[in-house]
Structures are given as C-alpha cells and as structure tokens.
Design a protein around this ligand. Sequence first.
Ligand code: TXA
Ligand code: MG
Length: 351
Amino acid sequence: METEYIKLDSASPDPEVIGRAGDILKRGGLVAFPTETVYGLGGDALNTEAARKIYEAKGRPSNNPLIVHIADMEHLEAIAAEIPEKARKLAAVWWPGPLTMIFNKKDIVPDATSGGLPTVAVRMPNHPIALELIRAAGGYIAAPSANTSGRPSPTIAEHVREDLDGKIDMILDGGEVRIGLESTIVDFTDEIPMLLRPGYINMEKLEEILGEVLIDPAILDENASRNIRPKAPGMMYRHYAPKAQLTIVEGGEKEVVDRILELAAQSSREGKSVGIIAADETAEFYKDYDVKNIGSRETDKEIARRLFRVLREFDDEGTDVILSESFETPRMGQAIMNRLLKAAGHRVICV
Ligand code: TXA
Ligand code: MG
C-alpha cells in the first residue's frame, strides 16, 4: 500500500484534505493524525474491520483496547452507558484536552474496539486537525498512538512514517506535538475514580476537581506491575523501549553525575557506544559523551515533550547503552518517570 503523506497547517487545516482523510476513514481505511499529546493511528471506531486493521498495522495484541476520540459531547452520550456527575465535571474543565475517561460502553461500540471489555475509553483531543478529522469521519475515531507496538510513541510525523509507512492510507503532518506524553486515563466505572495512566493532568489537578482519586496500584509500585494486573491492559506491556540497553541512575545530583560518568567510561572501555540523557542543569558534565539535553527540571514541559524523540534518536544512531538521569519533577514527574521506567525495563541504579 502506498501511504500518502500530507503537511497541514495545524491552526487551520485545509478542508479539502480533511474531507478526503475523513472519506478514507468512513470507508474503513487508516489515517495517522496529530493530537496535542502524541500522534494517533485513526480508524472508524464503530467499524470492526477498521479496528482489526489498526491492531495489524501496529502489531498490537487485539486484547489491548483502543481509545475512542470524539469532538462533541453528544457523541459521548451515544457510546457511554452511564456518565457520572464527576466525569462531567472533569470533562467541563479538561475537554478538549489530554484526558481519557473510561465508562461502561453501549452496544454500538464493537468488541474489536474495546478489546472485548464491557467498557470504553473516550477522549476529546485538543487539536484542530484531530477535531476536524473526527467530525469529517462521522464522529468516532479509534486511535492508539501511531507507533509500532513496543516503540516510543510518535511526537512528530516522521516517527509515524518510520513505523507505519506502507501499512496505512495516509499520514497528516501537523508538526511537533505540544505535550509529548499520552493522555491521563481516569476510570469512572467504580464509585471512586481511579487513575490508570499518569499524564499531563497530574493527581493534584485531578483531586482539585474530583476530590478523592485512587491510583491503580500497578502504577505506584512499578516493580509490582509484573504481579498486579493493571486495569489499563496496555500498561502491562513492554513499552517505549529503545533498542539500546537503558539504565536510569537515581539519587542526589552529584552522586548521579559521578555514577553516570563511571558507567559511561566502563561501557566505552568495553567498546560500546554510549548515550546520555540529562537535564539542562547537568548536561555540561557529560560533554565528553554523546549527551542529549532533554530540557530544564524547572519547567519539565520540555522534558515531557522531548522524551520519546530522544529515545528514537538514540535508536537511529545505533547507540548500545543509554544512561539517563531520573526526572522526578513536581509537575509531570509521575508521568515522565512512568514512561522512562518502562523504557528502561525498570533497570534503575540508586546512588
Ligand atoms: O494521548 C493519547 O491517549 C493517545 C492519543 C493518540 O490520543 N492515544 C493513546 O492510545 O495513547 P494507546 O492505545 O497507545 O493507549 C491507550 C491505553 C492503553 O494502555 C489501553 O490499554 C488503555 O488505554 N485502555 C483503552 N481502553 C480501555 C478500557 N476500556 N479500560 C481500561 N484501559 C483502557
Ligand atoms: Mg501507545
């Protein structure tokens, strides 16, 4: 299959292109598109055959459900069986935005989309291309991140091309995404809402609106996630993994720098190519190595946005060993470390 690649203006996408992409989706085809979090691989969420194609293009297990993307509140009523008051309050603040909510589903949502679960994940993304495409496609786009299963999620269209060229109908290029980590997922199918995947909207922000919020124990104790089955099936899989062996070094600033330099020297002596992931504040200490500066700990937005991109860059360079600082920043630290720990297969050295 030839994949059509089209650049679009994110602020005001060409309606002719959006119309054509919408038609592809209506006919059961696949279109990758930007959202504010990461690029998504879209198919008609109400079409079993389209969902099947998504799993195949990504190489994703078909019991790992897809998020249904909508552009208008009425469309939520059509697919969710009950919408608790708290979920409406959260949507009023954060939709469109980097928030996915889980509800009991109505029958109109096919089992292929929900991975056989009785529930459905729904998100209204905050991106003009995504919103207009959803409307052009008839209202419901199932879209996992547009990467090959197991690889870091795409934050630029070129990443999508690397993974899915020749496997899907169209890629819409809207430039680099704004957030860079996938949406926060909150489950509303029990009495008390539960965080299933941390993201840009952190616990503090959720609690401001919802009061008590539980956290899926599989997130909190990352090591235990091998024993505790996470409620979001996708959180169980090896994810975001670069080809290199990635190790996180955690601790006080000086101790971390010293240990990373020591490990880097050791790997170099063994003839391995070494890459280092460091914050603005400490990057200069590693200047003898291939260091990628991921952003400042002060703002942490850049760290979130650059993380997946940096992991892919090391893949492109054929790096053997990656050593990363730890980024337990106050704002998005939980989301950043959740992804980084998965990418490292939980290989962490505490100093
Ligand atoms: O930011 C995002 O959410 C991006 C963009 C494209 O919107 N999408 C995304 O989709 O990250 P994906 O498929 O890569 O991750 C969806 C996660 C998976 O961990 C999946 O298991 C979980 O959501 N999920 C989907 N439906 C669920 C359900 N009914 N119950 C629990 N978890 C669910
Ligand atoms: Mg994904």
